[in-house]
Design a protein around this ligand. Structure first.
Ligand code: A3P
Length: 341
C-alpha cells in the first residue's frame, strides 16, 4: 500500500461541505448527513471520491464480491470466512502458512470507502487480482452504480441484533484515544434509536440490503451474525454456493468446511485459549492481531476487533426496557418488509 502514491484527501471537500454536521462520542468525531445517512466525515469524503467516476472513482470489475456490513455487525469474521472460502483452492485452510494465520482479515479484504478512498489509497484496487473481495459499510443506496447495476457483482450482507451491535460499538469506540473510555453507553444507544448513529438510520441500512436480497437473491445474500454463530458450517456452504464455488463432495470428505470454521474462529483469530489445534496456530498471526492496527487518521489496534463474539451480551449493558424500546422502533420500521428481528 505504501508504494502506491496517495491522492490528496481534501480533493472531495466541496462534495461534502455545507451538509448538516455534528460531533459525536464525547464531541470528538465529526459526522455528516450525506444523502440520507449519517457518515463519519472521513468516510463521507471517501464516499464522495468513490462516486466521482470522472476522476478515478470506483469502477466495479466483473466478479467483484462486496461484503456489506454495519460496523460491529461481524465484518472481521465475514471477511475471514469469505476470504478463506473463496481462496480455498489456492490456500488450503489447514495450511500452516495460510494468509489468515499471519494477517488480520482487514489486511486481506479492504473496506473501500474508509480504508482506501478516504485516505486517497484507492490505487490499491487496481492491483488486486480478480475476483476482488471488498468490504463496505455504506448503505446500498450509496454504492456506485457500477456495483449495484452490475449483474456480474455479488453482495453479501451481514445483519446483527442491534442491541448487541450497540454494545459492541460502545466497547470498540472506548478504545479510540480521541474519544476516551468515559463515553457513556447511553450516547451510543440513543443515537441508534434516533437514527443518527454512524451509517444510520440502521433500519434503512438493513432494509436496503434486505429488499435487494428478496428482489435479486442470486446477487444479494442476506446473512445474520446470529445464524453464523449458530451454524458456521452451514453459513460457509451457503456462501460457497452463492459465490459460485459450491463445496464439492470430495471437499466435504476432506473436512474443508470444518477447517475454515476453525481457521476463522474468534479464538483462533485472536487468542490461544480454546484452540483445538494449537499446532496450526501461527504465533505471527496472534502477534498481528494483538499488535497491528487499522485505519488512517483514527487508528484501531487489531485486538479491538475481537471481544466476546456472542449473542445476547446486551443483557449485561442495558435494561430489558431499553432492549424492548429499541426492538419496538425496529419492528415498526421493518413492518411489511418480511424482515423480522
Ligand atoms: P463483540 O464486541 O460483541 O464481541 P466488526 O468485525 O464488524 O467490527 O464486529 C466486531 C464484533 O465481531 C465483535 O463483537 C467481535 O468480538 C466479533 N468477532 C470478531 N471476529 C469474530 C470471529 N472470528 N467469530 C465471531 N465473532 C467475531
Amino acid at each position: 500500500v505504501d508504494a502506491i502514491p496517495a491522492r490528496p484527501v481534501t480533493e472531495h471537500d466541496a462534495a461534502i461541505s455545507g451538509r448538516p454536521r455534528r460531533l459525536v462520542y464525547n464531541n470528538s468525531l465529526p459526522i455528516l448527513s450525506y444523502r440520507g445517512f449519517w457518515l463519519l466525515e472521513d468516510w463521507a469524503r471517501g464516499t464522495a471520491a468513490m462516486a466521482d467516476e470522472r476522476r478515478g472513482g470506483f469502477v466495479a470489475r466483473p466478479g467483484d464480491v462486496v461484503l456489506a456490513t454495519l460496523p460491529k455487525a461481524g465484518t472481521t469474521w465475514l471477511k475471514a470466512l469469505a476470504f478463506a472460502t473463496m481462496a480455498r483452492g489456492l490456500f488450503p485452510p489447514a495450511s500452516p502458512d495460510h494468509p489468515l494465520r499471519r494477517l488480520n482479515s482487514h489486511d486481506c479484504v479492504p473496506t473501500v470507502e474508509s480504508g482506501l478512498f478516504a485516505c486517497g489509497r484507492e490505487g490499491v484496487l487496481d492491483k488486486l487480482p480478480s475476483p476482488r473481495l471488498l468490504n463496505t459499510h455504506l448503505p446500498l443506496s450509496l454504492l456506485p452504480s457500477s456495483i449495484t447495476d452490475n449483474d456480474d457483482c455479488k453482495i453479501v450482507y451481514v445483519c446483527r441484533d442491534e442491541k448487541d451491535r450497540a454494545v459492541s460499538t460502545w466497547h470498540f469506540i472506548k478504545r479510540i484515544k480521541r474519544i476516551g473510555s468515559d463515553v457513556p453507553f447511553s450516547e451510543v444507544y440513543k443515537s441508534i434509536c434516533e437514527g443518527t448513529s454512524a451509517c444510520g438510520p440502521v433500519w434503512d441500512h438493513i432494509l436496503g440490503y434486505w429488499n435487494a436480497s428478496k428482489k435479486e437473491p442470486s446477487r444479494v445474500l442476506f446473512l445474520t451474525y446470529e445464524q453464523m454463530l449458530q451454524d458456521p458450517m452451514g453459513t460457509i456452504r451457503q456462501l460457497a454456493e452463492f459465490l459460485g464455488q459450491p463445496i464439492s463432495d470430495a471437499e466435504e470428505e476432506t473436512g474443508v468446511v470444518a477447517e475454515i470454521v476453525e481457521l476463522c474462529r474468534l479464538h483462533s483469530c485472536f487468542s490461544d485459549q480454546n484452540v483445538k489445534n494449537p499446532g496450526l496456530e501461527s504465533m505471527k498471526k496472534q502477534k498481528i492481531n494483538r499488535e497491528g492496527s487499522q485505519g488512517v487518521g483514527i487508528t484501531f489496534s487489531n485486538d479491538a476487533y475481537f471481544r466476546k463474539g456472542v449473542a445476547g451480551d446486551w443483557l449485561n449493558h442495558m435494561t430489558l426496557e431499553m432492549g424492548q424500546h429499541l426492538d419496538s422502533i425496529l419492528n415498526e420500521k421493518f413492518d411489511g418488509s418480511g424482515f423480522t428481528i
